[in-house]
Design a protein around this ligand. Structure first.
Ligand code: GCU
Length: 347
């Protein structure tokens, strides 16, 4: 997937842009990464708790890569937004202050609108469909490499966010009309603001770590997320009504400093990408069992699971495609992703 020539160009560009400032921000000395006789520390930012499948898969990735390189590399995973919100850490990867982060697709759409295609309701029918698509290197490369030259960000793959649903504090939602006047937290994305509007609510963009308090204090009436986040963030304590709108199969990306990927020697890079691939598999395997466990935990603590009128929400959301697929690249990618769906919901 990677070509070597632009790497050198990238490094030269970084040098001429004065990215040596990275060192001041705690960045790496790219000349000596992975060298024998020392440990190269890689900072990886995550906004999830230690019980979340993403943390588990990344911690195991870290162990395997450290062991396979006899301790020359050590990936330090910082959970719980310790290094900042996703919006912030994405800028840190870009500036070289940290090396890697897991960020939601909604964050990348703010850097390149083409990412919207994969953040849209109806794009993915299932987790299996989604993971097959993001492992299709020919299809993904234009998108995954689109920020490398301009922002020094390389996307190397992703973790599913599973199916996202709505949850609210003041009664369940069955039809879009039930959402009228309700303030619902969304990720920082123009498309997701519109998504909630079409679903009948009023959207408030906010970073992940602030959602619990906003609902608890009554500033917001609810949010939308997968069941794993609903429980690992304790949102089920403050928004007791979970309505299965299943409006979206969301996607997180692993983003990495492109110049670091280029600075790794070939064998280390290959090893790292191999272990990352195994981390994607482990994450997918964990996802279904953790979702079931989260639903059980939520129910046991008194959350109510409400059946929505699926047809009514599907009809409400239908206009989003035409509004947000605005150029030929986006329409072509959307069609190719839909064509790759071989599951039972294939259209
Ligand atoms: C999911 C996703 C996160 C994202 C969060 C959110 O948990 O995995 O990457 O930040 O949703 O709604 O903000």
């Amino acid at each position: 997937m990677r070509t070597r020539a632009p790497a050198v160009v990238g490094l030269l560009a970084a040098a001429s842009l004065g990215l040596t400032a990275c060192a001041d921000l705690g960045g790496l000395d790219l000349e000596s990464v992975g060298d024998e006789g020392k440990t190269t520390y890689i900072k990886l930012a995550l906004n999830q708790a230690e019980t979340h499948p993403s943390y588990i898969a990344l911690a195991n990735l870290s162990d395997r890569f450290e062991e396979a390189t006899d301790g020359r590399w050590k990936i330090e995973v910082f959970p719980n937004e310790q290094l900042g919100s996703q919006q912030e850490v994405l800028q840190f990867v870009k500036s070289g202050a940290i090396e890697m982060a897991i960020v939601s697709g909604t964050q990348l759409e703010n850097m390149n609108k083409d990412f919207q295609v994969l953040n849209m309701p109806t794009t993915f029918s299932s987790i299996e469909h989604q993971m097959n698509v993001i492992r299709d290197q020919d299809l993904m490369e234009p998108l995954f490499q689109s920020l490398a030259d301009t922002d020094n960000i390389s996307v190397i793959g992703g973790f599913t966010q599973g199916t996202r649903n709505l949850y609210t504090s003041d009664g369940g939602v069955v039809t879009p009309a039930d959402l009228a006047g309700q303030k619902i937290r969304v990720q920082e994305s123009a498309m997701h603001i519109r998504m909630i509007e079409l679903m009948g609510g009023s959207a408030t963009p906010l970073s992940y770590g602030e959602v619990y308090t906003a609902i608890q204090s009554g500033v917001l009436d609810g949010a939308e997320n997968n069941e794993v986040s609903y429980v690992t963030q304790n949102h089920h304590e403050v928004a007791r009504f979970h309505s299965n709108t299943e409006h979206l199969v969301g996607l997180d990306y692993m983003v990495m400093r492109d110049d670091l990927l280029d600075a790794m020697d070939d064998a280390d890079r290959e090893l790292f990408l191999q272990e990352w691939d195994a981390a994607m598999d482990e994450h997918t395997d964990l996802w279904n069992s953790e979702t079931d466990a989260a639903i059980e935990r939520a129910k046991a603590s008194g959350a109510e699971f409400v059946q929505v009128d699926e047809q009514a929400f599907a009809e409400a959301l239908a206009p989003i495609r035409d509004e947000f697929l605005t150029n030929d690249f986006q329409r072509g990618l959307y069609d190719a992703v839909r064509d790759a769906d071989t599951g039972e919901n294939a259209s």
